[in-house]
Design a protein around this ligand. Structure first.
Ligand code: PLP
Length: 394
């Protein structure tokens, strides 16, 4: 257990709620989930499944057949991935796919190259299964895109897997098609497995995403991770999936059977409606995120000492606040207690996140405006007085 990490977003949210309980107003920019409700037709389908269709029993471990078919159709339509329904593994949230990918593929001592800053579970799980997590730094100079030449230099005879995530949490960066092709080239040359985390795929705001699984030689070595949480505002439903090479599908089935048996039955009815029903709610959310992104980035860049790269996807900004001369963790704490704005320290996503904070713009425009104003006032105070506020007592 000493090797397993965590995701501090849940802890930060608890700290913010504790502060709110004392009567303070807190604007929540720590949360990695859409603030919208799940579209009505999706809920209706799940309720029908529950009340009228007897979906109250175990299902097949890998998911019900019509959902696996719907997912295979959906990834063909949106990603151009040609996969048989047998290659679709439905899971409670997309996160288990990461867990299973590491368990299935990474042996003791195998190296896993992963983006840092990045979703903290890649590093945590790689280490937990006995592998060695090898950080590929994402730097502001490259708008937080992976440096593929640097990645090529990290490959050793022990490298087994490369994790990519585009659009990216926590920076909102998006890989260019050339970047994706270059990673495929490395994977093909060195016989590596790629875990492609495409959970924010529908939230890429410029250009069309390129799924690495569609490139020559890659279908056999790519685990594509996606789900319903972000696209359809369904985080609490716990619904995700992996598209896995045929040779890995039986392994993933076993891992599902050994861990969760199957995914909630009536939630799967909702999932079918999400993919096959009207897409206008998902499209509207996307449009709203685009408007909020500008509001957030412009607001942060207007704060003296702060600078924020324009993200190209997901719903996060990753401003550079290093000029204030404090650690990311200290600034995050200060902003919570002094300004009533909850964000996450960049270091919650790995040591290359030092100097940055992550704010989610999955919040109302009014709250974003208010948060940016509070952040500006509070950082101004910090600059003038040097007083770091580290608790609710001030
Ligand atoms: N991958 C990334 C990059 C994420 O940010 C998240 C959630 O925050 C997930 C995967 C997991 O999604 P789910 O809630 O469906 O398990």
């Amino acid at each position: 257990m000493s090797r397993i990490g965590t995701e501090t977003a849940f802890e930060a949210a608890a700290r913010a709620r504790a502060l709110e309980a004392t009567g303070r107003s807190v604007i929540h920019l720590e949360i990695g989930e859409p603030d919208f409700d799940t579209p009505r037709h999706i809920k209706d389908a799940a309720v029908r499944g529950l009340l009228e269709e007897g979906m109250t029993h175990y299902t097949a471990a890998e998911g019900i057949a019509p959902l696996r078919q719907a997912i295979a159709d959906d990834v063909r339509r949106w990603k151009g991935i040609e996969a048989l329904p047998d290659q679709v593994i439905v899971t409670p949230g997309a996160k288990p796919i990461m867990f299973y990918a590491m368990l299935a593929v990474v042996d003791e001592g195998d190296e896993v190259i992963y983006p840092n800053p990045g979703f903290p579970i890649y590093e945590s799980m790689a280490e937990y299964v006995g592998g060695v997590a090898v950080a590929a730094p994402l730097r502001e100079e490259r708008e937080f895109r992976m440096d593929i030449e640097e990645v090529a230099g990290l490959v050793t005879p022990r490298t087994r897997m490369i994790v990519i995530n585009s659009p990216h949490n926590p920076t909102g960066s998006v890989m260019t098609p050339d970047d994706v092709r270059a990673v495929a080239d490395i994977a093909n040359r060195h016989d590596l497995v790629v875990l492609a985390d495409e959970i924010y795929g529908r939230l890429q705001y410029e250009g069309a995403p390129l799924s690495i699984a569609t490139l020559p030689g890659m279908a056999e070595r790519t685990i594509t991770l996606d789900g319903f949480s972000k696209t359809f505002a369904m985080t609490g439903w716990r619904l995700g999936y992996g598209i896995v090479p045929a040779w890995l599908a039986p392994t993933f089935s076993r891992l599902v059977i050994n861990s969760v048996s199957c995914t909630n039955a009536f939630a799967q009815a909702g999932a079918i409606a999400a993919l096959t029903g009207p897409q206008d709610a998902a499209d509207a959310m996307r449009e709203e995120f685009i408007a909020r992104r500008t509001l957030m980035v412009d607001g942060l860049n207007a704060i003296p000492g702060a600078s924020c790269v324009m993200p190209h996807g997901a719903f996060y900004v990753f401003p550079n606040l290093s000029s204030f001369g404090r650690s990311s963790a200290d600034i995050a704490t200060h902003l919570l207690y002094d300004a009533g704005v909850c964000g996450l320290a960049g270091t919650a996503f790995g040591h290359h996140g030092e100097g940055y904070l992550r704010f989610s713009y999955a919040n109302s425009r009014d709250n974003i405006r208010a948060a940016v104003e509070r952040i500006g006032d509070s950082l101004g105070r910090l600059e003038r007085t040097g007083d770091l506020v580290t608790s609710s007592a001030g």
